[in-house]
Design a protein around this ligand. Structure first.
Ligand SMILES: *Cc1c(COP(=O)(O)O)cnc(C)c1O
Length: 426
């Protein structure tokens, strides 16, 4: 496949945009080569600027769970846009989306809309601190909660890809309030809680991790976290920016059978437009301005176009919950297919999967936390990524990212993907 126009566009972009991209992982730094510039997309396919057709396993990093340019979503946005794009005043559609989200997700009474997952997590932590009157938070190595200062203490995803666990520009003052535990290691959390008795506002976690590949929490770990939080008066914060409205109507809370105290959303809830949200019981949300003293605001928050896309998306999922099952089946089918081919290739590998999230790691050991994920062989990953791309399959350009299946993918597309892997030399 030729990528002449993509390469030319990338060269031009680099003149005016740092690194040529507006979010680092897009730049292909982890896999080398020039990023693909996309022209348009429909269903399961991306069409790039060189007119290649690619089977897409990213779906804009998760939001497009029903495929690209899904008609009910696109039509809702077009109709809304004709009535004006932003008012800075309340609109009815905000309440409609809030009501629908609250009806689908367990343990939440009220929800606040923002513009990104980053904003949701940042604001949710402020709310947790304001509510508990405590300063410290615990996060897990390799979990990503957006790029706000408190979380860039040792970040997954983009920052890890660049081999820089701490970003310059984050102050020591901020860093000292974020404590790092190991995923799937309850003892590492207990030790931090003991050493900082009575000082921890919240434990924030990706309930199914997707930013160090897909990592599933053990039952004992996630139940233990819930118990520990309840005992110690710590709020359990589920960052469901990836998992919310993807693993089921009720997200990871429902899939794992664990109740969270605060939940963050992004990605699917915006249907492909910029939306984030955080939600909790009314008693906690009452602390948020203007009802309470914890400040949070946004000029474009609850933007009508974004709300229209989100409402159309959640309405589809609410009406067709069988989509989640269908996606999980397709993902299991992909798993089997990849597994059968990789077995013959003679390279060590692991495949992790939960619902419609899946990742391949080129390592001997099970991948259960950041350290085991980081042991993956990146040279093999590069060959895998570029080999698949040459054969028309677009996978995440970093071994630290989960794939997100979308329901427009057909079994024939998955067969084509598995056939592509047969041709790749690892
Ligand atoms: C993508 C993501 C974020 C950040 O969301 P943005 O919209 O990119 O700011 C936060 N948490 C998780 C788990 C994510 O996957």
């Amino acid at each position: 496949m030729l990528y002449q126009r993509s390469s030319a566009l990338f060269a031009e972009a680099q003149k005016y945009i740092p690194g040529g991209v507006n979010s680092p992982v897009r730049a292909f730094k982890a896999v080398g080569g020039d990023p693909i510039f996309v022209k348009k997309a429909k269903g399961a396919y991306l069409y790039d600027e060189d007119d290649n057709r690619l089977i897409d396993y990213i779906a804009s990093w998760g939001p497009l769970i029903l495929g690209h340019a899904h008609e009910p979503v696109i039509n809702a946005v077009i109709e809304k846009a004709k009535q004006g794009t932003s008012f800075g005043m309340p609109t009815e559609i905000e309440t409609q989306l809030a009501q629908l989200a609250v009806s689908m997700v367990p343990n939440i009474d009220k929800i606040r809309f923002v513009n990104s997952g980053t904003e949701a997590c940042m604001s949710a932590v402020r709310l947790a601190r304001g509510y508990t009157g405590k300063d410290k938070i615990i996060k897990f190595a390799g979990c990503y909660h957006g790029h706000s200062d408190s979380f860039l203490i040792q970040a997954g995803s983009g920052a890890v890809t660049f081999g820089s666990p701490n970003s310059p520009g984050v102050t020591q003052g901020t860093a000292k309030d974020t404590l790092l535990a190991q995923y799937n290691d309850l003892e590492s959390v207990r030790a931090l809680v003991e050493a900082n008795k009575g000082e921890i506002a919240t434990i924030i976690i990706e309930p199914i991790a997707g930013n160090m590949g897909c990592i599933v929490p053990s039952d004992e770990f996630i139940k233990g976290l819930r118990e520990l939080c309840t005992q110690e008066g710590i709020l359990l914060l589920f960052d469901e920016v990836m998992t919310g409205f993807r693993l089921g109507k009720g997200g990871a809370q429902e899939a794992l059978g664990i109740d969270a105290d605060i939940v963050c959303f992004g990605k699917v809830i915006g249907g492909g437009l910029p939306v984030g949200a955080f939600a909790a019981k009314a008693e906690i949300m009452a602390h948020l301005a203007p009802e309470g003293p914890v400040y949070q605001a946004g000029t474009l928050s609850g933007n009508p176009l974004a709300m229209a896309a989100g409402l159309a998306m959640l309405t589809e999922l609410d009406k067709h919950p069988e989509v989640f099952e269908s996606l999980a089946k397709k993902t299991a089918y992909l798993h089997e297919g990849l597994d059968a081919v990789l077995k013959d290739k003679g390279v060590p590998y692991q495949i992790n999967r939960f619902g419609s999230m899946i990742s391949v790691h080129f390592t001997e050991e099970p991948v259960v936390d950041f350290d085991s994920s980081a042991k993956g062989n990146n040279e093999t990953f590069k060959k895998y990524f570029h080999g698949m791309l040459q054969n028309g399959v677009y996978l995440p350009p970093s071994a630290f990212e989960s794939y997100f299946l979308n329901d427009a993918l057909s079994y024939a597309d998955i067969d084509e993907t598995v056939e592509a892997l047969k041709k790749v030399e690892l």
